[in-house]
Ligand binder design. Sequence first.
Ligand SMILES: [Zn+2]
Length: 626
Amino acid sequence: MAPNSNTNSPKNLRPQRLKPQSICNDDGTTEVGALTKREIVTKILKPFVKQFSAETDGKYIHVAPAGTTGVHSAHIRSIWRGGHMKTKLIGALACLSLSAFAANAQDAKTVVQNAMKAMGGTNLKTLEFSGSGSRADQLKDGNTPGPRVLVKSYVYDVDYSLPASRVEAVAIQGIPPMQTIGEEGHGLQYVNASGSEWFAWDVGGLPGLRVPARPKDWLEIAFPPSVKKPGDPIRQPDGDGLQSHSEMDRVEQIWLTPHGFLIGAMKASDTSVSQQTIKGEKFQVVSWTGPNKQKITGYIGPDNMVAKVETMVDHWMYGDEHVVRTYDYYEYRDGIQFPAHMVETITTPALTGEKALGLELYVTSVKPNITTVDFSIPQGVKETPAAPPATVMTQKLGDGLYYLAGQNDCSLAVELKDYVVLVEGPLNDARSLALIAEVKKLIPNKPIRYVVNTHPHVDHTGGVRTFAAIGATIVTQQANVPFIEALLKTPHTIIPDTLQKTPNAKGEVEGVQESREITDGTRKIEIYHMKGNLHSSAMLMTYLPKEKILTEGDPWTPGMVNVKATDKPYQRCCDAQNIYDNVKRLNLDVKTIAPIHGRVDTWEHLLVYLGMPPEGASESKQSGGR
Ligand SMILES: [Zn+2]
């Protein structure tokens, strides 16, 4: 991507490399060990073997797209040394804190200054580092992480003085056939926190990159009016959109980088230091309060390098998240010491083990104090409101039957004799409170007794805690039950939500293995597991047999009826064919689809979308193919 990609030249590398340091976790367990090279190939690279060649010289594993050579290949080559896997050795390797004593601020600043000097960051104002690696994707089900996303290229630019940052990533998701093999997603994510109001924005679908055009009416649904065409910058306000806290999270990331941590510690007024001896190695443990009022703590090793930085952040669904960045294999590059390998874990009660493994990056290039990035806030982004209120736009589909749209995710409210069933509690606490208020208005004096959860992805599950707080039972596919239960127990102390403020909430979780019915004798809601769905293996759909209405969350987003060949990746995402397969398997007579994303549409339009002939015209003609 960058023209100057030959940054691996030997003169930039000092011969000695530092050993990775084992770091104790708060719970006394130790992160040790590494994936073997074989494990890296089978566990991380396997989904990509078709388009990537992976070769080892006995020491490193080099990855490159198959058939590429020269500069391009050199640019995306990454050095896989070890990988990362959290191995818990409870008790076997006791983490001993031999001494932990507070020291005065003077000591703390001296420790930080010494580290800064050793890491060559004393005059550091801007920094760019780049590399490749992998990151997490959405969960397959509540227990199972999705396949790792291969991050072909990752470029992080930061201006510590503003502060502002930009991440440019080219990633390939590993879930064929939802994504066409080899299709690359390209994304740019900015934050600028230099003024009193912070701005986070994304730029996607740059011209010349193979990102499929989004259909016109998708734009109308998902994007604010300032976005005129695909690729225009779009604000990601804190507390809205699919990311939980875009502004705060991106600013926190700045201070979690090795040099950013030290720069922040120099500026902070409450920087403190203590010492810990971990597995025989002494660490200076430096803490200061970050922008979201949580401690940011860094572990500085005997070599004066920042080995690990950790903090707590809020996520509207996952609650208080423990974010840990570990840095190892420091190398001297262009005047500063920088880790060649970094790993982020994000742990909560619902995100443990492999599910907690976030971005793992192998750094191939570091450029200190070269500012080429324009961090200025685009006009359209400035004009987008900070946090739009949760709006509910109601469409009546029948007596006691309401489609509740208005944001990225919709719900279906179904009135029964004594109570209401809501299909989907999406997004977050604010959306749920708005839905509860709207249901109260439309169907007075009846409680929401059940909330059907289609699948465990953040935008579909982020609101379930609020419904548990008002005593509703969350109905989900059996495999998601422990996950949702963990979500309901997760502390939300950083930004307390409704459930956090309702200590005696009675909300429960109920699993559906294959199917379940909710009925009052007059109206019936059928709930089915969508077998074989590629988007999530633990996916539910609902069907109202009297009204012939199907509700599904993600497999098809109506609004993309006139599909062209170039729309293929969108056509495949997120397994619309699976709706058809399950409807036929269950012999349902669907006339209308009231989806979680998009708009209410007809079964016939789904057939057009799938490239199938209309039903009823000639039964015999349908036999071929599907
Ligand atoms: Zn999903």
